[in-house]
Design a protein around this ligand. Sequence first.
Ligand code: AMP
Length: 190
Amino acid sequence: MTRPGRRILFLGPPGAGKGTQASMLARALGVPHVSTGDMLRAAVAADTELGRRAAAIMARGDLVPDELVVSLVRERLDEPDAVCGYLLDGFPRNVAQAEALDEAVGDDAIEVVILLEVPEGELVARLLRRAAEQGRVDDNEETIRNRLRVYRRETEPLVAHYGNRVVSVDGVGTIDEVFARIVLALARTR
Ligand code: AMP
């Protein structure tokens, strides 16, 4: 099998399963899983300056200011473990962040963009289930609707930004079924 791309980006609406799939794939490829959502939640939990600035914004389901997440990601990608690649999950979230990433790592650095697709009704059901299981403050129905709106408005235009590097994967099914589709899709990109 040909070697899959090692600078990979996960795109998809909230609830599509990006976090789960990205962490499985990162482990399989031996590259760090860089999730801005996880990093921001850790900052909130640790009550850092960044966490204090981000908490209320995250609870509403809005986007944290670009300059905060861009510097977070820049610092993370400068760590030695990101030299051989990385898997970005939840970043970039809008065109300005994508342009900042292009500037930081180069226009062609991202090899593959995996777009995880799940119908809207299923997304809401999944997020409400996660709310009951994990108690995330941004998993209540009103915030979920807002996060989906923000995704459509801010993040979906990135599909055009990345053009033919985007590979769509059906995100409906069991975790293992979806993972198998992702691995197959990556293999076909080379
Ligand atoms: P996620 O875990 O990726 O769904 O992110 C949870 C929340 O963290 C989002 O609803 C935003 O409030 C914030 N967030 C995560 N990544 C970003 C980003 N790249 N830009 C701005 N806000 C972000």
